[in-house]
Structures are given as structure tokens and as C-alpha cells.
Write a protein that binds this ligand. Structure first.
Ligand code: HEC
Length: 511
């Protein structure tokens, strides 16, 4: 036995076994709870904010204390879905065990006020905006009526901007007028055209809408020209450094909105605030979406009752990039998302891990620091689905077969990583790799067409066997546009129809 005194032993035990509890015996609102709530809840729970009630003053918090305690203890609030990677993301909202214990203690010891006069004044939100007054505020031209019930609705709306010069966007904040029915919105850009064209525009249907607009929503290749989107509870943030997204002159916002009837008829007319950068950025942000096109290419087809269905796609970075932010998109029965990076030195990094997907919180997570990913890094995204009756989020009882589609009872699945090439001159090579990965996944999907596939689902991602033959569905030795999948049509015709006669003939098919 050594000479350790019982006292030292006690100290030793308490440091080894766990942190000695820091929870004060009687926490007060002024000193403990007010700062906690304003730090972790108020950005959403404030007057005119995205959450249903404000949590700013003592009364706001004390009158709902029991409910708040319940949602804090179960970690339902604040919403934060990535696995705990505390140092990974900016504004990590996840509360620590100590913070949770503090709140519980405050409620259990009688919601003590403390000296409220000693508290700092709460942060202000001018005009109700999160980031201060926007440089430009635009609004949907007409209200859109969402019925009390029925299927989900997808509509495109053009919100006029039409600026006389190119601008660069640091942040966008959308404020729906009927938050309860707006499931999400995606912001694309489209060339401005005669406004009369949109007169009486009560929203166009479907994704087909993307093609109907002038200039389309697609830039080079399959690159979607967009300004991000809106999902409930996603707090807008300024892009850091000199990063900004392009808003070319004479373009309007093309907004795809997904409405989810709430049981009560509502009228939606969103307002959108935009903040500009003073200077063009020195680097362009690129989006790497895996699996491509929200999982459209993955042949998503989940048997009823299947509890562990998986889709995946990989991409090897051709150049050095820095990760900026990451976010996932899927519907009800998605269960997990995992985007990992295998670096050339053999080490692995988790870029996003969502252990329990919740469709209501499709947050974009910004990395605290730029995340360096050298050339040769293999990005791999895996998304799993639970279509069993055991999944409480399953909208179908009993479960039914679920395929890719736009209704929220269909499925999608992808993780989008926003990056910049370390070397701006490398951006085109990065674009090519993104496009190539999409085309390869498309080949996997449509590989069976001509019987010459060689890219069966889950098959190799090698290049051999990639040929245009498979698109020649009637085997007549040439390809007419109708034989091509619509997403590839324009691109392949431009690329392979060298003599521009509207047909890819046998000679041209050789590439
Ligand atoms: C990112 C935005 C955001 C943050 C941060 C946030 N909330 Fe919420 N909260 C919401 C939204 C939106 C709703 C309404 C949707 C819902 O109930 O799921 C909500 C709902 C709630 C509800 C009602 C739940 C119910 O079942 O009706 C409570 C209670 C709540 N929040 C407490 C908190 C507390 C406490 C914090 C901080 C510790 C917090 N929230 C942080 C956005 C947020």
C-alpha cells in the first residue's frame, strides 16, 4: 500500500471517474439559464423568428419550463443531428451534458430569477431578419394557396430580381408567410424574361419546370446554378472569407417549393432577403452531390419491410480542395447518412455522419475551419433506409415498396458537400470529375439498355464498357434524341452529333 491519503484518493477518484459536477446548487435565470437559452435557442425562438414562440425573457422561459426541460433532456431541441463531433462544425448547437443538467436543476429548484438587471440586453434582429438588414428584399409575386389536406405539392415560382450588374451573394434568408406548410424550397437562377410570361403564374409543377425556364437551371454540364435553399430551422449564415455565390445580371430567382398540407388551408407568399459581397470571390464554390441528383441515379427501390437498404456513390478528387459545408437531403424512411473521405495517406475523415435522419431538419452544416481534402481523396457516401414497420417515421402502415420520387412518401437521398478548389485554376478539372461521376452513375442506372451495359448496379466504376451503344434501344445502329435519357439528351447531342443532323450515327457513336 502506498502513502496516498484518503483525501488524495478521493480527489483521484473524482478526476478519474468523471468530471466533478459543475452544476451550481441553485442556478439562476440571470446568471445561468438566460445566457444558455439566448445562446442556444433564441436565434430561432424570438419574435418573428422561425420557431413557434420566443424564448428571450424570464417569463418566456419560466412559463414553459417543464416542456423545455423535456425537449432539452431528450435532445429534441436544439435541433442538431450530426453525431457528436464537437470541434468539426461551426455553431455546434448540441448542448453538453452539463448544460442539460443545469437546466434540469434550475427547473427543479424553483426557476430562480436572480438579479435580472445584471443581464446583458438580448441581441436584436432588425426587421425580424437573422443577419441584420438585407441588401435586397424580394417577394413572391402572388400568394399561393395550399389546401388543408391532400398530397404534397411541388411548385416552381419565379421571383423577379433582374439586376443590371453581376452580384455576389454572401447569404440568403427566406421567410415563409405560412411556415407550417413550407417543407422546403430550393433556389435556382434563371434568365429574366418578359415578366408577362409569369403573369398569372401560380406555380408550375414538377421538376420538368426546371427545363421550361429560359437558360434552364443548369449551367455548365449538370452544374445547378443556385443560391442554396430553405429548410425549417436552418439558420442562414454568411459565407466566410471572400466566398460568395454568383448572381448574374438579368437573372431571377427560380424557387422550387415543396408544400406539405397541414390540416388547415394556408396562403404562402414568401419574402427573401439577400446579402451581397463587395467584391467578387477569389474562389468559386462547387457542389459535390453524392449520390448524384438526389439519388435519382441510384435506382432506389426499397422492398416493403427491408430494414437496411443502402445506396452509395464514390468520387475521387482530382485536385486539392477545401470543404466548406455539408448537408443531406432525404425523406421519411431514410435512417442514416455517412460521407467519409479516404485520404491518400490512408487516413479517414468523417465529413458528415447523421446517425438518425429526421426529415424535418435538413440543415446545412458549416465546417468551423476549412477542411483540407488533397487530390486523390476518395469521397464515399452511404445512405441507408429502414422501410420496416419498426421505423416510427415510416408513413406507410403496413410498409409498401418505395422508389425514388418527389412525394415525401417516395424517397431521395444524397449528401451535398460544398468545396472550393485550393487552386482556382483547378476548378474546371473538379467540374469534370463531378460531371464524370454523375455520368458513371447514370451508366450504372441505364446500363442495361442496349444489352451492352457492363455497369450493373453496384458494379465496377471502371471505365471499360462505357459506350454509347447501350442507348441504341432499337439496335438500328444510330441514336435519336428520344433514345437518350432526358438528363443526358442535350449534352450528348452537342457532344457526339458532330455534323449536327440530329442523329448520332454509327461513326459518331464511336465518340
Ligand atoms: C434552429 C432553430 C431552433 C433552435 C436553435 C431551437 N429551436 Fe425549438 N423549435 C424550432 C422550431 C422550428 C420548432 C417548431 C417545430 C417543431 O416543433 O418541431 C421548435 C419547437 C420547439 C418546442 C415545441 C416542441 C413541441 O413538441 O411542440 C420547444 C419546447 C422548443 N422548440 C424548445 C427549444 C429550446 C429549449 C431550445 C434551446 C435549448 C430550442 N428550442 C432551440 C426551432 C429551433
Amino acid at each position: 500500500m502506498n502513502k496516498t491519503t484518503p483525501f488524495a484518493l478521493l480527489l483521484l477518484v473524482s478526476t478519474v471517474v468523471g468530471q466533478p459536477s459543475t452544476t451550481p446548487a441553485r442556478p439562476t435565470f440571470a446568471e445561468h439559464i438566460g445566457p444558455l437559452v439566448r445562446q442556444s435557442c433564441m436565434d430561432c425562438h424570438r419574435p418573428q423568428g422561425p420557431a413557434p414562440f420566443a424564448l428571450v425573457t424570464y417569463t418566456d422561459v419560466a412559463k414553459r419550463a417543464d416542456m423545455l426541460k423535456a425537449v432539452i433532456e431528450t435532445r429534441y431541441m436544439p435541433p442538431w443531428h450530426p453525431a457528436d463531433q464537437s470541434d468539426h462544425f461551426l455553431s455546434n448547437r448540441r448542448l453538453s451534458d452539463d448544460q442539460i443538467a443545469l437546466f434540469t436543476k434550475w427547473v427543479e429548484t424553483g426557476k430562480t430569477r436572480g438579479d435580472l438587471s445584471k443581464m446583458e440586453k438580448p441581441k436584436k434582429y432588425p426587421g425580424g431578419w437573422s443577419l441584420g438588414k438585407p441588401d435586397l428584399v424580394i417577394k413572391m409575386r402572388k400568394p399561393f394557396r395550399v389546401p388543408a389536406d391532400g398530397r404534397d405539392l411541388y411548385r416552381f415560382f419565379v421571383v423577379p430580381i433582374d439586376l443590371p450588374e453581376d452580384k455576389w451573394v454572401k447569404a440568403v434568408e427566406m421567410r415563409p408567410s405560412a411556415r407550417s406548410v413550407v417543407h422546403h424550397a430550393l433556389f435556382f437562377l434563371t434568365e429574366s424574361s418578359d415578366q408577362d410570361e409569369y403573369e398569372g403564374d401560380t406555380g408550375r409543377r414538377g421538376f420538368g419546370g426546371l427545363r421550361g425556364f429560359r437558360g434552364g437551371a443548369f449551367g455548365r454540364g449538370f452544374e445547378i446554378r443556385g443560391l442554396g435553399g430553405y429548410v425549417p430551422g436552418n439558420q442562414p449564415q454568411f459565407l466566410r472569407d471572400d466566398l460568395a455565390l454568383e448572381l448574374p445580371k438579368h437573372h431571377d430567382l427560380l424557387m422550387q417549393m415543396h408544400f406539405h398540407p397541414s390540416g388547415k388551408a394556408e396562403t404562402e407568399q414568401s419574402t427573401i432577403g439577400i446579402w451581397f459581397a463587395d467584391e467578387p470571390p477569389s474562389q468559386r464554390i462547387k457542389q459535390i452531390q453524392l449520390p448524384s441528383l438526389f439519388g435519382f441515379m441510384s435506382g432506389l427501390d426499397i422492398p416493403a419491410g427491408e430494414s437496411n437498404y443502402k445506396i452509395e456513390q464514390s468520387l475521387t478528387l482530382p485536385v486539392d480542395v477545401d470543404g466548406i459545408s455539408v448537408g443531406g437531403h432525404a425523406h421519411y424512411i431514410c435512417s442514416t447518412m455517412h460521407l467519409t473521405a479516404k485520404l491518400p495517406d490512408g487516413s479517414t475523415k468523417t465529413l458528415l455522419h447523421i446517425p438518425e435522419w429526421d426529415m424535418d431538419w435538413q440543415t446545412e452544416y458549416h465546417y468551423k475551419d476549412r477542411l483540407p481534402l488533397p487530390a486523390g481523396t476518395e469521397l464515399k457516401c452511404e445512405i441507408t433506409y429502414d422501410n420496416s414497420a419498426q421505423n416510427p417515421a415510416n408513413p406507410n402502415s403496413p410498409p409498401i415498396r418505395v422508389r425514388w420520387g418527389r412525394q415525401s412518401t417516395d424517397e431521395m437521398g444524397s449528401v451535398t458537400l460544398r468545396v472550393v478548389a485550393k487552386n482556382e485554376a483547378d476548378t474546371d478539372r473538379l467540374n469534370d470529375a463531378i460531371e464524370q461521376s454523375m455520368i458513371e452513375s447514370l451508366s450504372q442506372r441505364f446500363g442495361g439498355f442496349g444489352g451492352l451495359g457492363g455497369f450493373g448496379r453496384g458494379g465496377s466504376s471502371g471505365r471499360g464498357g462505357r459506350s454509347l451503344d447501350r442507348f441504341d434501344k432499337n439496335n438500328d445502329g444510330k441514336i435519336v434524341p428520344d433514345e437518350l435519357p432526358s438528363v443526358l439528351r442535350k449534352r450528348h447531342m452537342r457532344r457526339y452529333d458532330k455534323n449536327n443532323d440530329g442523329v448520332i450515327d454509327a461513326e459518331e457513336m464511336k465518340g
